[in-house]
Ligand binder design. Structure first.
Ligand SMILES: *[C@@H]1O[C@H](CO)[C@@H](O)[C@H](O)[C@H]1NC(C)=O
Ligand SMILES: *[C@@H]1O[C@H](CO)[C@@H](O)[C@H](O)[C@H]1NC(C)=O
Ligand SMILES: *[C@@H]1O[C@H](CO)[C@@H](O)[C@H](O)[C@H]1NC(C)=O
Ligand SMILES: *[C@@H]1O[C@H](CO)[C@@H](O)[C@H](O)[C@H]1NC(C)=O
Length: 418
């Protein structure tokens, strides 16, 4: 009896200690030394600021520090169940975000997390790859300055603000002009398609790295010509793609809130737009507001090879990924823009953008729907030029600009008999 009492007392004592220990580990806001916003603008003075028509350069957004909405109970539960509670850093961040601690920090007030704090929170932080360390230092910063905006994108060209049916949001980078042009001339062409379906396109780009030539002038000219560029003042890097998604969500819920469907994908994919449109038109109304469709990757685990682009250290994240649609190209309901955006203010950023999106949809209780027409890992090599195969697909990754043009012309040809 006595031994049991001692044991119970010890367990109680240890768990109190553990709770205390963890709560001190969590997320004190770093009193870092550098404001990311200040650094960002100081480094890139070359970017031309223009104000022509729709192309508008905005000053950093009005600051409001209290914009993160509380998560509602069902969202919180979805998240809580999805992410195992363990000692890995991101898992801890997520669970304490659910307990009311808000990671959101607006860009101009954002201080990079200090290495000291990260080393305190993550025992092997110093062995992380340099880029991953950089990601962690800046992962709390939200809403970077807009360099090129399109605030009226979804109103232009229509009398009464006619509704956009499909918005192509294409991840590109400053130097990829030829890819963007191929998309504009083919599957991403803006306009009204059969049945009065309006399609619009935006390319999402960051800014050039300091060692790269400054393409600001060309981008401004391109934006004036086509009114389809969105550019933000953050470096165009793989580990900034989640930031790119969140800035897109911020733009879209403000500038294109009534869009029916959003396509998110890369600038080197081929999309069969007519097929996508007829598929979306046939979506059952009960699903139309909660659609998330693409090539679904189920029960994937983080890659632990430190040389991989997708490397995620064990002490950063532990657990499987929820099912997610491959980031090469997937489609979701415009009705989800607002909740996704709210979530992106609260949920800690994850280094892999399509996994992050999968987690976000999961948190909203939306499951990814697999569709065999999305081939983000490409078709068999002998089918790469087969027009009939491509006519039956919605998306293929990856294709060069000239291949995109050839395929597009091919599948439109009235002579094609499949
Ligand atoms: C940026 O460039 C402009 C024009 O060349 C110059 O007047 C300004 O001082 C520069 N600003 C910084 C922060 O270097
Ligand atoms: C969050 O709060 C719940 C209940 O208040 C507690 O059980 C849980 O351990 C907390 N999680 C973290 C990570 O602090
Ligand atoms: C993301 O962009 C910011 C702002 O330019 C930069 O400071 C940071 O290093 C970038 N992060 C990564 C992981 O490349
Ligand atoms: C909470 O969010 C879910 C998913 O977005 C939504 O279906 C539900 O109606 C919301 N509940 C409340 C009380 O707002």
């Amino acid at each position: 009896m006595n031994r049991i009492q001692t044991l119970v007392t010890m367990i109680l004592f240890i768990s109190t200690f553990l709770v205390f220990f963890y709560s001190t580990l969590h997320l004190e806001v770093a009193h870092g030394h550098r404001a990311a916003g200040v650094r960002g603008t100081a480094l890139r003075n070359g970017t031309l600021r223009v104000l022509v028509g729709d192309v508008k350069t905005q000053a950093p957004k009005q600051e409001s520090l209290s914009t993160a909405p509380p998560l509602n109970a069902s969202t919180s539960n979805g998240l809580r169940q999805m992410i195992p509670q363990n000692t890995a850093y991101w898992n801890r961040l997520l669970h304490s975000a659910l307990n009311g601690s808000r990671p959101e920090v607006r860009w101009s007030r954002c201080r990079e997390m200090s290495r000291e704090l990260l080393e305190t929170n993550i025992h092997d932080f110093s062995s992380y790859p340099a880029l991953f360390q950089t990601f962690l230092e800046g992962m709390n910063c939200r809403a970077p300055p807009v360099l090129i905006g399109q605030p009226k994108k979804c109103l232009s060209g229509t009398a009464g603000g006619e509704q956009t049916f499909l918005l192509f949001a294409i991840k590109s980078s400053p130097e990829n002009f030829a890819r963007r042009q191929a998309v504009r001339e083919t599957w991403g062409r803006e306009g009204v398609y059969p049945n009065g379906l309006r399609v619009r396109t935006v390319f999402l780009i960051g800014s050039s790295l300091p060692d790269e030539p400054d393409l600001g002038l060309l981008l401004s000219a391109e934006a004036q010509l086509f009114s389809d560029l969105l550019q933000w003042d953050f470096y165009e890097t793989f580990l900034n793609l989640t930031l790119k998604m969140s800035t897109f969500l911020e733009w879209a819920r403000e500038s294109c809130p009534r869009v029916s469907f959003v396509f998110s994908g890369d600038d080197d994919v081929f999309v069969n737009t007519p097929l996508v449109l007829s598929y979306l038109q046939a979506v059952d109304p009960s699903r139309a507001s909660r659609l998330y469709v693409g090539q679904v990757i189920n029960s994937a685990n983080p890659l632990r090879d430190s040389k991989s682009k997708y490397y995620v250290p064990l002490s950063f994240y532990q657990g499987a990924y929820p099912g997610y649609a491959g980031g090469g190209g997937f489609i979701f309901s415009g009705a989800l823009l607002q909740p996704l955006h709210s979530l992106s203010l609260v949920m800690p950023f994850f280094p892999i953008d399509d996994v992050y999106m999968g987690m976000s949809f999961k948190a909203l209780g939306v499951s990814p729907e697999a569709h065999a027409g999305f081939q983000t890992f490409d078709v068999k090599s002998q089918d790469r030029e087969n027009l009939c195969i491509h006519k039956a697909l919605m998306l293929v990754h990856q294709r060069m600009p000239s291949e995109i043009k050839k395929l597009w012309r091919g599948i439109q040809s009235p002579l094609l008999t499949c």
